[in-house]
Design a protein around this ligand. Structure first.
Ligand SMILES: [Fe+2]
Length: 183
């Protein structure tokens, strides 16, 4: 809700800094409680990855520094080409997903073998033979937040419905005890 309120009145245009082929992309600054909520999501994610042995921290995690958060207003025919982010981890969240997007599969151009209208997908392993893998394509739902390594290639396909989907994204840097202060 805060993302929608702040981005609707933001005149801090982010389009020149981002990969999106999207007209309306704005930077916003979150309130402290909202930023703290995002921080707890990242810390929980990193903790789970560390406990599972798929991520190795460089020491005792003391906090998370976020880049300025940006908001995408994706309309019909707009998309995000394959790209990566900066930082250690990134996230994308969906704060407005019109129900019309559930019917995207009905559109005449979605009747082939790989209907991906409006979906998001992550890929990795392309550089290693026989190792390509992917997560997606998936149709994000309102309230979803996806956290992923910043280096992970991802992209968003255009949709046909005459609606606007609003998502937000940011990058974060992990801070360690004794490490550089990036706050
Ligand atoms: Fe992205």
């Amino acid at each position: 809700m805060e993302v929608l309120e702040k981005s609707s009145s933001s005149d801090d245009d982010a389009a020149g800094n981002l990969a999106g082929n999207i007209i309306k992309q704005s930077f916003i600054t979150l309130s402290e409680p909202c930023a703290n909520e995002l921080q707890s999501i990242i810390v929980d994610y990193v903790t789970q990855c560390t406990n599972a042995g798929i991520f190795k921290t460089q020491g005792q995690l003391t906090g998370v520094t976020f880049e300025k958060l940006w908001v995408n207003y994706q309309g019909p025919g707009e998309w995000n080409p394959p790209h990566i982010h900066s930082g250690d981890f990134s996230l994308v969240g969906y704060c407005q997903v019109p129900p019309e997007l559930k019917d995207e599969w009905r559109h005449p151009n979605q009747q082939g073998q790989d209907p991906v209208g409006g979906k998001i997908q992550w890929n990795y392993g392309q550089w290693a033979p026989h190792n390509v893998s992917m997560f997606g394509p998936i149709s994000p739902e309102e309230g979803d937040i996806y956290v992923f390594p910043a280096w992970l290639l991802h992209y968003v396909f255009p949709f046909n419905a005459d609606v606007v989907r609003v998502s937000f994204s940011t990058n974060c840097y992990l801070n360690y005890a004794g490490g550089p202060d990036r706050s």
